[in-house]
Design a protein around this ligand. Structure first.
Ligand SMILES: Cc1cc2nc3c(=O)[nH]c(=O)nc-3n(C[C@H](O)[C@H](O)[C@H](O)COP(=O)(O)O)c2cc1C
Length: 353
């Protein structure tokens, strides 16, 4: 019988269990976008804490595709060297290293959260801010007005994605996730509320899907055939006239056809007005509908008590990603598993029990 602790196979990768660390920006990269000692300490502790896979935070595919100037990147050789160290640490203490790649679109170029009391405000050009690119010149809340992406910009972004996928492989990551939700570029292309284009990359859902599918193909071109590609997608916009669940099941199936191996569900977040779901397991509850797309499904979103794991896997989804609970406690997964500590915890800690 499948449980949250049963291994799952994605292409040639066997992930030892189905409880994974959700990607969470640390805004702690060095000035060149490379991982720092903070990342080694933070991810090292959590990789030793019983999660089957650690998905390293959203990592920019190009300087202008980062959210802040302290985001990680994977577009220079120095960054690759830093990520290699990070992936090695995660693997050496017992978890699978994965990384989330991000193209933030109109959500780019804002300050780090602790500089603005949690509000997103644009970085002024004199402080190194840049103009974001987006499908249409519609800003996100108080952020800078984005430039409408030209065909040439699109080609450049696809090249950035392919290069970053290649770099993720060079760094030794074993799985790759594309951030296609939370109002980032891929989500902006999909949603009729952010994509007002009249060319081949806009219009009906089939048109709005065209560029996102090329993004998946670009990643696949730089990422080995035997390694899995995950895509984080919104289950719905949760906004009037926005993407519906039906739209997104169609999108998920198309992504599977283009080479995605797992859909990681979140919801809303295209604009600050989107409904915020707050009950336990809220995104996992979309899982059964999305299984109809024929691709394995995972979800994050208030999986925070041990009993939530059994409610989620396998009934609702194939795996869960846990975020804030593991920020609070790196050993959350080991505690949730409830096994004999002398068998499940690192041997260095056995005298604690
Ligand atoms: C500090 C913080 C940073 C986050 N950064 C990212 C990110 O880099 N990429 C992403 O897809 N989601 C990000 N998220 C969302 C989480 O991955 C997760 O989906 C969300 O917190 C819901 O799961 P939870 O209830 O278990 O925390 C972030 C969340 C937090 C709290």
């Amino acid at each position: 019988m499948t449980t949250p602790w049963t291994p799952i196979r994605l292409r040639d990768l066997s992930v030892p269990n189905r409880v994974w660390l959700s990607p969470m920006c640390q805004y702690s990269a060095d000035r060149d976008g490379a991982p720092t000692d903070w990342h080694l300490a933070h991810y090292g502790a959590r990789a030793a804490g019983g999660v089957g896979m650690v998905v390293v935070e959203c990592t920019g595919v190009a300087p202008d595709m980062r959210t802040t100037s302290r985001d990680l990147g994977l577009y220079t050789d120095e960054q690759v060297a830093g990520h290699r160290r990070l992936a090695d640490v995660i693997r050496s203490v017992g978890s699978i290293p994965a990384v989330q790649l991000g193209a933030a679109g109109r959500k780019s170029s804002h300050g780090v959260p602790w500089d603005n009391a949690g509000t997103r405000s644009p970085i002024p050009p004199e402080d190194g801010g840049w103009q974001p690119l987006a499908p249409s010149p519609i800003p996100f809340a108080g952020l800078a007005l984005p430039a409408e992406m030209s065909t040439k910009d699109g080609t450049r972004v696809l090249e950035d994605l392919e290069r970053s996928a290649r770099n993720a492989h060079r760094a030794g990551y074993e799985a790759l996730e594309l951030h296609g939700a939370n109002g980032y570029l891929l989500h902006e292309f999909l949603s009729p509320l952010a994509n007002h284009r009249t060319d081949a990359w806009g219009g009906d859902l089939a048109g709005r899907l065209r560029f996102p599918l090329r993004m998946i193909e670009a990643l696949r071109a730089g990422w080995p055939e035997d390694k899995p590609l995950l895509v984080r997608l919104p289950a719905a916009d949760l906004l009037e006239d926005g993407l519906t669940e039906d739209d997104m099941v169609t999108v998920a199936a198309a992504m599977g056809g283009a080479g995605a191996d797992l859909i990681d569900l979140v919801s809303g977040a295209l604009t600050p007005k989107a409904l915020r779901l707050t009950e336990p397991l809220h995104n996992a509850r979309f899982g059964p509908r999305f299984r109809a797309a024929g691709v394995p499904v995972a979800a994050s979103g208030l999986v925070s008590e041990p009993h939530h794991l059994d409610e989620a896997v396998p009934g609702l989804v194939d795996a869960v990603l846990v975020g804030r609970a593991i920020l609070r406690d790196p050993y959350w997964a080991l505690r949730a598993r409830g096994a004999d500590p002398r068998e499940s915890w690192p041997k260095q800690y056995h005298r604690a029990f």
